[in-house]
Design a protein around this ligand. Sequence first.
Ligand code: ADP
Ligand code: MG
Length: 351
Amino acid sequence: DFIVSLIDVEKSFGKNKVVKKMNVEIKQGEFLTLLGPSGCGKTTTLRMIAGFEEASSGTIMVQGVSIEDKEPFERDVNTVFQNYALFPHMNVFDNVAYALKIKKKSKDEIAKRVNEMLELVQLQGYERRKPDELSGGQKQRVAIARALINNPKVLLLDEPLGALDLKLRKQMQVELKRLQKKLEITFVYVTHDQEEALTMSDRIAIMNEGVIEQLACPREIYERPLTKFVAGFIGESNIFDGKVVNVQDQLLVVETTAGIIRVNGDGFEIGEKIHVSIRPEFIELSADPIEGFNLKGRIQDFIYMGTVVKTSIELKDKKEIKYSRFEKEDYIREGDSVNIGWNPERAVAIK
Ligand code: ADP
Ligand code: MG
C-alpha cells in the first residue's frame, strides 16, 4: 500500500519547468529521501505534497485521496523546515502545543501530549524557554516535536539539519532515523547531502533538473548507478567515457582516450558509446601489466589519512582518477608509474 503517490506530476513557474513528469510511490512507514543538487526541484516537490504549491499537471494522492480535494490542514501531512519556523514569542511548550490548541483540545490532553513529545525529543525541562534561549539542535527538536504532536501519517522534512554543525548533524541523523522507525511514520526527507541520504534512507530518489534519475535503496544507488549523473553525485567515482570494442558474454572491452579498460554489462554492442564508473576503493595498482587492461598512470599526491590512503593518479590523457585503500601500501610513492586495473564486476557500465 502506498501512502503518497505522485503521478506524472509537473510544475512550472512561468516558462521554467522545474519538476518534470515525476512518478513516485512512497510506502507506509518508509524513509524516502529526495536527493539532488541545489535548484533541482526538491523543495518544490515537497511543497506540492504539503499543499503549499499546486502542481501544474499530474496527480498527488495521500492515502488514496487526491490532495486537491483537501485543505493543507486536513491532509495528515506535516512539514519541518530548515529554518525551524518556530513562533519566536512563544515558549517551547506553546510552540509544541500549537496544533492541539488550534483543534481546541482540553488542557489536560495538551499537557500530556506535549510532555510525551518533549520526552520523545529529549527536551523535558525546557518547557518555559523561548526559541532564542535554545541552541540550533534544540530548536530543531522543538520543530520536530511540534510537527509530530498531532500524529501525522506523513512527515515532510526540508533539509531539517542543514543549519547544524557537522557533529550535531551526524548525531541528529541517527536520532531522527531512530525516531522514525519507532513511530512508524512515513518520512519524506529532502537533502543535498549524499552522505546524509545514504545514512538515513530506506530509498533515495536522485533528482537532477526536475527529473528523478534513479529511485532505489542506498546500496543499489551506490553500487549500481543507472546514469552518469547518479554515479558522479553519489560517493566518489571515476567515470570513463569510451566506446565498446569487444563483447564476450557480459565482459565488455572499452576503448577510452586513456587506454583499454574492462567492465561487466548487459545490452551493449560493439561500437556503442559507454560510460564506465569505478569507485576509488575498487581500483587495483600494480607494477606489472594487468590482464585485459592497458591503462597507465602516475601517482600525483599521496595522502595518508590514518586508516585510508588516498592518491590521485594522472592518466595519459591528463585525466585524473582517485584511488583509495584501507591498508598502507608502502610500494606506492608520489611520481611512481603504475598499471591500473580492476575486477570488471566491480565497475558499472552506464548507457
Ligand atoms: P531545491 O529545493 O532542489 O534547491 P527548488 O525546488 O527550491 O530547488 O527550486 C527549483 C527551481 O524552481 C529553481 O530554479 C528555483 O529558482 C525555481 N523556483 C522555486 N520556487 C519558485 C517560485 N516561487 N517562483 C519561481 N521560481 C521558483
Ligand atoms: Mg530546497
